[in-house]
Structure formats: structure tokens, C-alpha cells
Design a protein around this ligand. Structure first.
Ligand code: HEC
Length: 165
């Protein structure tokens, strides 16, 4: 019973937050303040290979050693290795370019199960900035990586290590 009222509250909050997101969808410009990107406002995404992402800004110049350090936090809950198990969070080997919430045998939240977007660096960047804002109702207990520079470094590292050669 307690669980159900919690869920209802979460759904209500998700609806509220989704509503707010729509109002700010068109605000922000390329050079000025970044628009708030959420799972709902990602739109049609261009999906490239990890190699192509790593050849272009901002990932080409990102500090992957710093990224490896950042990734220690993720490793507490996620395996990044080939054939790695689901832990508290799903295994993340080869997740770039796949649909969110589709790793086998992982008990996802409803939010992630019903999400309809592809994991691109752009989507991951917005998720990592503030998971609860990007996809309300998800169960990843993680506040986010605050600095853009740290997210760039982390994503460059993840592109490298979670992608098959
Ligand atoms: C405290 C544990 C924890 C930490 C730390 C954590 N995660 Fe997660 N992560 C989860 C859980 C649990 C889920 C599944 C959430 C759900 O079902 O709503 C998840 C989901 C994800 C997903 C979605 C995967 C899919 O199959 O769609 C990605 C991507 C992700 N995490 C990346 C990261 C990265 C990168 C970091 C490090 C910055 C990180 N996580 C840190 C627990 C964690």
C-alpha cells in the first residue's frame, strides 16, 4: 500500500515536471543558455559510431583520464565490461546506440521501460546532468555530474570502453 501511494506521487510529479519541460522547450539558443533537454524533448536523433563521436568536439579533446576517474562512481552500480552482469544498475557494455530500458533481465522502473529514445552522447549528457529531470520517475539514485567538462570527459571515456573494437 505504501508503495502505491509513493508511485502515484511519483507519477503526479512526473506529469508536473513533463508539463514544465514543454513550456521551456523552445527557450535557449545555440550559443546562449542551453535549453533543458529531457527524454521527451530529445526529438529525432542522429546516431553515429563511437569512433565518429570521439573524432569530433567536445569528445575529441576531452580528458579521458579524468573520465576514467569519474567512471568509478558509475562502476559502483554498473558493469562497463563485455559480458558484465547487471548489478544495482544494468550492464552498460555496448549501450550507446541502443534503445533506453532494453538490457536483458534488468528490472527497470516503469519510466525507463516505457522510455522511447536512443542512448546517444547527447541523451546521456542530459541524463547525467540531472537524471530526475531528464526522465522523471527513474530509479537511478544519483544526483548527477554537475560540470559540463566532467560529463564530456566521462562520456568520452564511456564511448571508448563500452564499445567493441
Ligand atoms: C547508486 C547506483 C547507481 C549509480 C552510482 C549510477 N547508476 Fe546508472 N542506473 C542505476 C539504476 C538502478 C538504473 C536503472 C534505473 C531505472 O530502472 O529507472 C540506472 C540506469 C542507467 C542508465 C540507463 C541504461 C538503460 O539500459 O537504459 C544509464 C545510461 C546509466 N544508468 C548510466 C550511469 C552512469 C554513466 C553513471 C556514472 C556517472 C551511473 N549510471 C551511476 C544505478 C546507478
Amino acid at each position: 500500500m505504501g508503495n502505491h501511494s509513493w508511485l502515484l506521487a511519483a507519477v503526479a510529479a512526473a506529469t508536473l515536471i513533463a508539463g514544465c519541460g514543454q513550456q521551456t522547450e523552445d527557450s535557449g539558443t545555440e550559443s546562449g543558455t542551453a535549453p533543458i533537454l529531457t527524454a521527451k524533448t530529445l526529438g529525432e536523433q542522429v546516431v553515429l559510431s563511437a569512433e565518429d563521436y570521439l573524432a569530433a568536439a567536445p569528445y575529441a579533446d576531452a580528458d579521458r583520464t579524468q573520465g576514467e576517474r569519474q567512471a568509478q562512481i558509475c562502476r559502483a552500480c554498473h558493469s562497463l565490461d563485455k559480458g558484465g552482469p547487471n548489478m544495482v544498475g544494468p550492464g552498460l557494455y555496448e549501450f550507446f546506440g541502443t534503445k533506453a530500458g532494453t538490457r536483458e533481465n534488468f528490472p527497470y522502473s516503469e519510466a525507463l521501460r516505457e522510455a522511447d529514445f536512443i542512448w546517444t552522447p547527447r541523451a546521456l549528457d542530459a541524463w547525467l546532468a540531472q537524471p530526475g529531470r531528464f526522465l522523471p520517475g527513474n530509479r537511478m539514485t544519483f544526483a548527477g555530474v554537475m560540470r559540463q567538462e566532467d560529463r564530456d570527459a566521462l562520456i568520452a571515456y564511456l564511448l571508448e570502453v563500452t564499445t567493441a573494437d
